[in-house]
Design a protein around this ligand. Structure first.
Ligand code: AHR
Length: 513
């Protein structure tokens, strides 16, 4: 039952009769053995030259009628600042391995136009290039993560690009940057050495990819004081079963000195199987999609197990720098733009995935959802001057206390949710001590039909916010942009312990005190 208070805030009121129909679960949080800190960079986002992810989504240009800050949409910048995006990955994806950084510098009117071969064959006028990206990252307070082209350009080109961005010397490349309007070097925190080298990044074997990584990472450097982290291009769980393990093994053996290895996984049907719609789906598709999302757990565990053989001290991090749901693109949208709606189901995909990352903080130190705006599991959708925040955005917003928090194991005893041959725990719990000293719980009820009464071992009571909706595919539209949003949520104290009535199909984040 939803109640509206005098202040206009929606409160989720859970009357006793609801409890009578619910099932029960327990969560025991073990605060005695904290895990490694949840790196805030796992809340990163990916933004590629793809569809309207950048052009229209971030960048409208200084002369646009859409309110903007030096060409960047004001509404989008404000929304991203609110959730403290820690890192943005650019320019691709597949796009990166056909991108020449020289196309995107200098006066915009003089930049060449290029065909975006990977994504719809549209013309990219290069008005969003290095300066526009690096300044955008600075504007929203995120660390930039730039992926270099190892597929179709030489190490020398990438070395020059990095020098252009990061050097403070009185040498030609830094002087050229100064002439183009940027005096100080940018702080380039992360450098991707290619993207999906096993596929669109060059169709290489693991051994060839390893050699490419060793070679490019030798020659492409920023000043040591910048502490730039180089990210080798790793495997994907969407490839044939087991391929990623052999690929990881090859990279760990022959990839040279490595600080991080990327991993990609999309919650979607097997390669070449038909994709499903983002809205209007049935319960089988709800269960199937959540089951895909939960496969992130074996993927990360199995990748980590291979890495453990070569790196028992866990010096090389896993960066899951592409993840999210992948559906059929919206009917009528441009072929190749990967524009899809985003529903309560995607909120659950996001929450379950983030909870998995919280359980692997020893290895998973960065992640980037694909993608930031208008592409795949987007945080934000835009349509001309209109903009809406998706349920996935709201999950990232609610999860902010987990950035930099210290995780604890949660032992959950829960009924299963089963449908259409898929079975998963009905309740998923992540627990951590936030930087503000409070103990936070992220709670997910995967069952789209049943509420659950969850009792914890934590003294006190909890309150925070919850995201749910009247249907499995509840979502925001440009005519109803606020149809689904977080509302205030309170638990109770039961025999001195925090307890919660989680409605069906819900994600909650609460502080317990
Ligand atoms: O995110 C869309 C595409 O998916 C990326 O360009 C590529 O890296 C991946 O296959």
């Amino acid at each position: 039952m939803l109640k509206v208070t005098l202040a206009g805030v929606l409160i989720l009121g859970l009357a006793a009769p609801v409890r009578a129909q619910t099932v029960t679960a327990t969560a025991t949080i073990d605060t005695s053995s904290p895990g490694a800190e949840i790196d805030r960079h796992i809340y990163g986002q990916f933004s590629e030259h793809l569809g309207t992810g950048i052009y229209g989504g971030i960048w409208v240009g200084e002369d646009s009628k859409i309110p903007n800050i030096h060409g960047y949409r004001t509404d989008v910048v404000e929304a991203l600042k609110k959730i403290h995006v820690p890192v943005v990955r650019w320019p691709g994806g597949c796009f990166a391995d056909l991108y020449n950084w020289r196309d995107g510098i200098g006066p915009r009117a003089k930049r060449p136009t290029r065909i975006n071969v990977h994504w719809g064959g549209v013309i990219d006028d290069n008005s969003f290039g290095t300066h526009e990206f690096m300044n955008f990252a600075e504007l929203i307070g995120a660390d930039p993560y730039v992926s270099i082209n190892v597929g179709s350009l030489a190490p020398y080109d990438a070395a020059q690009w990095v020098e252009y961005m990061t050097s403070d010397e009185k040498a030609s490349l830094a002087n050229e940057r100064r002439k183009n309007g940027r005096t100080k070097p940018w702080q380039l925190k992360f450098l991707g050495i290619g993207n999906e080298t096993w596929g669109c990044g060059g169709n290489m074997s693991g051994e060839t990819s390893a050699a490419v990584n060793a070679r490019y990472s030798t020659f492409v450097n920023a000043p040591a004081s910048m502490g730039m982290i180089k990210v080798a291009s790793g495997g994907s769980f969407n490839r044939n079963e087991g391929d990623f393990e052999a690929f990881t093994e090859a990279m760990m053996k022959g990839g040279g000195r490595m600080q991080a290895l990327s991993a990609h996984y999309y919650a979607m049907p097997a390669l070449h199987a038909p994709k499903k719609p983002a809205t209007g789906f049935n319960e089988s598709e709800w269960a199937e999609e959540l089951d895909y999302a939960l496969q992130m757990e074996p993927y990360v565990s199995r990748t980590a197990a291979v890495m453990d053989k070569y790196d028992p001290d866990k010096k090389v991090a896993i960066y899951v720098d592409e993840w999210g749901s992948w559906y059929l693109q919206e009917p009528g949208s441009h072929p190749g733009f990967l524009y899809q709606q985003n529903t309560l189901r995607d909120a659950e995909v996001a929450a379950l995935t983030l909870n998995i990352f919280h359980r692997h903080t020893d290895r998973v130190k960065m992640a980037a959802i694909a993608q930031m705006i208008n592409v795949l599991q987007a945080m934000i959708l835009t349509d001309g001057p209109k903009m809406l925040l998706t349920p996935t955005y709201h999950v990232f917003d609610m999860y902010q206390p987990f950035m930099g928090a210290t995780p604890f194991a949660a032992h959950v005893s829960t009924p299963n949710y089963s449908f259409g041959g898929k079975t998963m725990p009905m309740v998923d719990v992540s627990a951590a001590r936030g930087k503000d000293g409070k103990l936070y719980l992220a709670l997910v009820n995967t069952d789209p039909n049943k509420a659950v009464h969850l009792v914890t071992n934590l003294p006190g009571a909890g309150k925070g916010q919850i995201l749910t909706g009247p249907a499995m595919d509840s979502h925001n539209t440009f005519t109803a942009p606020n149809a689904i949003h977080p509302v205030a949520f309170s638990g109770t104290s039961e025999n001195g312990k925090a307890a919660f009535d989680l409605p069906a199909r819900s994600v909650a984040v609460v502080a317990v005190q």
